[in-house]
Design a protein around this ligand. Sequence first.
Ligand code: SF4
Length: 332
Amino acid sequence: GVKVHFPIKKGILFDRTVGHVYAVDGVSLKVEAGETYGLVGESGCGKTTLGRSVLRLVDITEGSVVLDGTDLAKLPSEEMRRFRRRLQMVFQDPLGSLNPRQNIESILSEGMVAHGIGKDQEERREKIKSILDKVGLPSNALSRYPHEFSGGQRQRIGIARALVLEPDVIICDEPVSALDVSVQAQVINLLEELQEELGLTYVVIAHDLAVVRHISDTIGVMYLGSLVEEAPSDALYAEPKHPYTKALMSAVPVPDPEVEDKRERILLTGDLPSPANPPSGCRFHTRCPWAQAERCATERPELRDVGGGHRVACHFAEEIESGKLGLTRPTG
Ligand code: SF4
């Protein structure tokens, strides 16, 4: 039930709240230990804000984030520090998230010192060396600076920075989208190897469906601050049930030209509405090719179980699937 609403401030001193950006508007999901949960959606759908809310890097307006029975949203900051070691984040832009004036040893030691890991710098250095080895970087990287590394290597440093704190959960926010395609697979493979070796739990946030499919056990699709569909990765790709997911999937090219030519395309009309002024009822009704005037514009659909581990927030998922419901807008 997580909500993150950012106030829109006006006035000379920005002292008047004139509205809210409903960045995350009531999302409920569960991530099992050891699994990879992929969170997808176009930019501005709230996926990054949701990831940050788990670490309390943004304030949660309402709802709970429960780790092993403890509600992190209600913890005093001092106690949250203890939990923060267990929850780490790998950021999209490896260069932007690494201080250019610090060498790698200093960058990786910082969190260890803050969390009391290692009795002295000698012990911390040994640990850092072993983690650098795990992520495929030479130990002489210690004295070098971020600009001396390639994009892929910098992302490995970002991953190492998370790993030195021995986390249970890593939230990877667009972990490969800033990297060349040739390097993306290497970083994804590294994340998978580390998960197997260390028993990590991942939440992978991405707009690229191909990346998420490769790495995720479960996928959640977000639209305008809401989770609209959730399913095991294979089921979601084989049979997307929400109209928005169907449209996202139909935009992914298939390498086989014969299949590609015959595929049904669902082109959405209209722009993504503003999260400061989301549509009533189903958030997707202004663009949905199957929207039904009355119910869809007034009643917000709950995320409901439709079998096979599939959850969908659409009043008419079954009718759309069976073909009983006709299109109300062209699909391109
Ligand atoms: Fe489309 Fe209505 Fe389903 Fe929303 S509830 S996705 S508008 S059919």
